[in-house]
Ligand binder design. Structure first.
Ligand code: NAD
Ligand code: ZN
Ligand code: ZN
Length: 388
């Protein structure tokens, strides 16, 4: 990254004139429009970040398909980014220009009850991440003369972003920023789904359903937690092959075919944990996941299901009589401020695979192709790299 800032202008009340990928008609699968945007200078407790890279998480695509429904537009996408602090707003004590940072898709204020109780992934500020404004209810981003909402208060599908400092995590400047970006969402979400939400223990057999950008990190998390057998279930052969490199000991192309395999490799005892990280949550697949898990076992559910889908197929009798646990998980139940630096430390010590997650890099202008590649099963993670 050079020091030249070709898109920064000091006119128009110090706005940054740059570009961003917007959804003008969320829920219609009309894709992203890359166009000129203006970003206001940071206000109180905010920072302006010059981004190095942004991961292409499936959750942004859910906004385009309508699986995650929002009733406002336009939306600047992107919530998995890393970069360098350019400017800080009033009252910011813990960040300075030049700091290297990861942006967390969930803010943690450190003051609300969930935060002080140790559940920073459930910070009360998180309730507003799809509200379409900054936490104070106003817009920082503008396009075509109107306010633009930003995914997760961030909007990392732009070379610049103004973020609340509650979502800005300072990191060691030695860490490559394109790899660090992935630790803003997909890596902790998958890793924590295995380690914290499913509570994987030494010797466990763990099934991971869907080994994409999130699920591949559930495989890594299960390995770190000492699982002896990890079954990767994914219809895409390329994902199954890659899962073996991340620690899977067995693979299956479908949940149905996984049953015989799990019965065989556990001598009929079944898996201790299953983690659901498929691209789109599906209530019809919940029971097929449950039947893979032993009595007393845990099913961690991470995927975003279509919001309108409220019915699931589930054998409640067996569930209760087998003392099983179904555990939803947000951000893999991680604490962004603790776990983002910790995971990056594991990476720097060669114990967490990040380089291998990045299958393709893209220019922002190629974002629709990048999401097509995700749907075509070509990417573990596609990453937009900013040229500045
Ligand atoms: N709970 C959270 O905090 C949180 C955070 C981030 C992402 N998510 C959600 O996690 C999910 C996964 O995101 P991602 O970025 O890894 O998506 P992805 O598209 O990279 O990966 C999904 C994987 O699921 C596989 N798959 C599709 N259908 C399947 C099936 N029937 N059985 C098994 N595997 C199947 C795909 O082949 C792909 O490898 C998304 O729904 C995303 O919105 C949740
Ligand atoms: Zn995400
Ligand atoms: Zn909080």
């Amino acid at each position: 990254m050079g020091a030249v800032l070709p898109t920064y202008v000091s006119s128009r009340e110090n706005q940054v004139k740059t570009k961003g990928a917007l959804l003008w008609e969320p829920g219609t699968r009309s894709g992203w429009t890359v166009e000129e945007i203006e970003i206001d200078p940071p206000k109180e407790r905010e920072a302006l970040i010059r981004l190095a890279a942004s991961g292409l998480c499936h959750s942004d695509d859910h906004l385009d398909t309508g699986d995650i429904a929002i009733d406002w537009a336009p939306m600047l996408g992107g919530h998995e980014g890393a970069g360098v602090v350019e400017q800080v707003g009033p009252g910011v004590m813990n960040l300075a220009p030049g700091d290297h940072v990861v942006l967390s898709f969930l803010p943690s204020c450190g003051l609300c009850i969930p935060c002080v109780a140790g559940n920073q992934n459930l910070c009360d500020l998180g309730a507003g991440v799809l509200a379409g404004t900054a936490p104070d209810g106003t817009h920082r981003i503008h396009a075509r003369g109107q306010g633009v909402g930003a995914m997760s208060f961030l909007g990392t599908f732009s070379p610049y972003c103004v973020a609340p400092i509650d979502a800005v995590i300072k990191i060691d400047p030695a860490i490559p920023l394109d790899k660090a970006a992935l630790v803003g969402c997909g890596v902790p979400t998958g890793w924590g789904s295995a380690v914290y939400a499913a509570e994987t223990r030494i010797g466990d057999t763990v099934v991971v359903v869907g080994t994409g950008g999130v699920g591949m990190n559930a495989v890594q998390g299960a390995r770190h937690a000492g699982a002896s057998q990890i079954v990767a279930v994914d219809p895409v052969a390329f994902k199954r092959e890659k899962a073996k490199e991340f620690g899977a000991t067995h693979t299956s192309p479908s949940l149905d075919e996984a049953l015989d395999l799990v019965v065989e490799i556990t001598n009929g005892r079944l898996a201790d944990r299953a983690i659901f990280t498929s691209g789109v949550g599906d209530g019809k697949l919940l029971n097929a996941t449950q039947v893979l898990v032993r009595k007393g076992g845990v099913i961690a559910y991470t995927s975003a299901a279509p919001q309108h889908q409220t019915e699931v197929t589930f054998d409640l009798f067996t569930f209760a009589m087998s003392n099983k646990r179904l555990q939803g998980t947000l951000f893999g139940s991680c604490d962004p401020r603790n776990d983002i630096p910790m995971l990056l430390d594991l990476y720097m010590r060669g114990k967490l695979m990040l380089d291998e997650l990045i299958t393709h890099t893209y220019a922002l202008e190629d974002i629709n192709q990048a999401y097509q590649d995700m749907h075509d099963g070509k990417n573990l993670r596609g990453v937009i790299v900013y040229d500045q």
